[in-house]
Design a protein around this ligand. Structure first.
Ligand SMILES: [Zn+2]
Length: 344
């Protein structure tokens, strides 16, 4: 019932063109609260600018590993020219906001994102954090010498002063964890430290965390560890949850964490047309939809094959509506849920 009330309220507010946070600031007799915002590569935006948003996509990736990656691995101008049409196409399809989930040491290039954002008008958000998935290939050597507080301080520094000398601030935390064997198995040592550091940074900055997960057990374990260290579940997004199965998805949502179905179009349409309505009837206010698409692959000729960003809006959502999901609920998914997951 609780989420039903919230859903109705969000929908009503959405139809009036205002976000929940703005409504809250106008309660008579209460002190003015600062409106919520999302930090994009161009600066903060408010709810009314956020619009239709994709919470998990990529513009550039470099999979060579933390020891060898760096800006020397790609020609920024070539990446810009190759990826620009895909982002323009997405803007024309009705999206306003794009969360770039490429972490540091896998090709994060905030200046590239800022160039693309300023020319397309898309709001683009980058991140801070370390990616502990893929058997830690993307964790830099120096990270193993850091304790949890030192690691957190590095990310807080990026939040406060920008990434490197770019002045571009992250709008969320992106981490990754490797798979574990059972629901109660511990995460690896470095993955545990990364999750604890994410909790500390989230508590201090109110940034949300998108966590790449090597399977459902790891996602659930990471969420629980995050909460054990003071993180709010409502600030934690379990990525790649569409491969985890509904029982684990429901557990994540019941803890108040976000369930990210970010392989829309990468799995059979039929699967998502079944699981999305099932999650909607369980916790409609805890589901995110994206495609994990893109990207220019550093080291490949012209960046290799790129998957565009419009299938979710052009193919999947119309099919979802045709299958009986009301358009108001679809609007909630692609507008309000993403805003609620990231805005602080
Ligand atoms: Zn991804």
């Amino acid at each position: 019932m609780q989420q039903m009330t919230l859903n109705r309220r969000s929908m009503l507010l959405g139809s009036l063109g205002i976000g929940l946070s703005h409504a809250l600031t106008r309660v008579p007799g209460q002190a003015q609260a600062t409106p919520k915002m999302v930090q994009t590569v161009m600066g903060p935006i408010e709810a009314k600018e956020h619009g239709v948003a994709l919470p998990h996509e990529h513009i550039l990736c470099d999979f060579i590993g933390a020891a060898s990656t760096g800006p020397h691995r790609w020609d920024q101008e070539e990446v810009f020219q190759r990826m620009l049409p895909y982002l323009q196409e997405l803007k024309e399809a009705g999206a306003s906001t794009f969360y770039d989930c490429t972490p540091a040491y896998i090709g994060r290039d905030p200046v590239l994102l800022k160039r693309l954002s300023s020319i397309t008008g898309l709001h683009v958000i980058t991140n801070t954090g370390f990616y502990g998935g893929a058997m830690d290939k993307y964790v830099p050597d120096f990270a193993y010498k850091l304790n949890m507080n030192d690691m957190a301080d590095l990310w807080i520094k990026e939040f406060e002063h920008g990434i490197g000398d770019t002045g571009i601030r992250p709008g969320f935390i992106k981490i990754g964890v490797d798979s574990i064997e059972t629901e109660s198995s511990p995460l690896s040592k470095i993955d545990s430290i990364i999750v604890q550091a994410a909790a500390r940074v989230s508590v201090k900055t109110n940034l949300s965390v998108t966590c790449h997960t090597g399977g459902g057990f790891a996602g659930l374990a990471a969420l629980r560890l995050f909460m054990d260290h003071g993180g709010a579940a409502s600030r934690f997004i379990v990525a790649h949850a569409d491969s985890h199965g509904l029982p684990i998805n429901r557990k994540v949502a019941d803890l108040d964490g976000w369930v990210s179905y970010d392989a829309i179009g990468r799995r059979p349409l039929k699967q998502h047309l079944e699981t999305v309505p099932q999650m909607l009837s369980h916790r409609a206010d805890r589901l995110l939809l994206s495609q994990d698409n893109g990207w220019y692959s550093a080291g490949e000729d012209q960046g290799g094959d790129v998957r565009g960003y419009i299938d979710l809006l052009k193919t999947f959502l119309p099919a979802l509506e045709k299958s009986g999901v009301p358009s108001e609920q679809i609007q909630q998914l692609i507008r309000h849920n993403t805003w609620n997951a990231f805005a602080s």
